[in-house]
Write a protein that binds this ligand. Structure first.
Ligand code: HEM
Length: 174
């Protein structure tokens, strides 16, 4: 999981190109717990809002709409085993297709923020930073447990014997 990136030992390039499972895990975390659960918007024009269940709602320009992401992100029509945390959910071609339904940033993960859509302007930085944090945790610790926002267990990584021997040999030569 750890590799050398273009921008140093460990950076944005590393997590963008070389850590698909870390990235998929971050997407799954955003799916299960969207950090901004409620979103509001005012309709700019009249339109019909359709659900994939067949229901249709007439929306008039000026009306305020509220979206509750945790509900949409656990839609069983879209996500298999929606209540389960599946780190590998967004891997491969099927996972990439599923990204059009991931809405943590007030728009699909596959869309870009722009003046007309009010999508999080920092959506790529948010995902990349979360990937770095997660990867760094695995790099530094052999074991950890989290409850809420607190670490309840942290076991520092033990250097493998070969690494420890190489370090000792390098020290002896100095
Ligand atoms: C964990 C971090 C973040 C999360 C979860 C997040 C999430 C969101 C969400 C959900 C929205 C849409 C709000 C709405 O209209 O209902 C939003 C908008 C926005 N975000 Fe973020 N964001 C994060 C970090 C950042 C950072 C670091 C920046 C800038 C440095 C940023 C810049 C913006 C801007 C400018 C908008 C407004 C876009 C607009 O109204 O056109 N966000 N963000």
């Amino acid at each position: 999981m750890v590799g050398k990136g273009k921008d140093g030992e460990f950076g944005f390039a590393t997590v963008r190109e070389g850590m698909p499972l870390v990235r998929s895990t971050v997407y799954e975390m955003l799916r299960m717990q969207p950090p901004v659960p409620l979103q509001f918007g005012r309709a700019r024009r009249d339109f019909v809002l359709r659900s994939h269940g067949g229901a249709a709602y007439q929306v008039s320009a000026g009306e305020v709409l509220c979206g509750y992401q945790p509900l949409a992100m656990r839609d069983p029509e879209v996500f298999e085993r929606p209540e389960e945390f599946v780190p590998e959910r967004f891997l491969g071609d099927d996972g990439a297709r599923l990204l059009q339904h991931l809405f943590w940033s007030n728009g699909p993960e596959t869309a870009q923020p722009g003046p007309g859509n009010k999508q999080c302007a920092a959506k790529e930085v948010v995902v990349d930073t979360a990937c770095m944090l997660l990867a760094e945790l695995f790099r530094r610790y052999d074991d950890f447990e989290v409850e809420g926002t607190s670490f309840t267990k942290l076991v520092k990584r033990q250097a493998s014997p070969s690494v420890a021997q190489a370090a000792a040999a390098a020290g002896a030569q100095q």
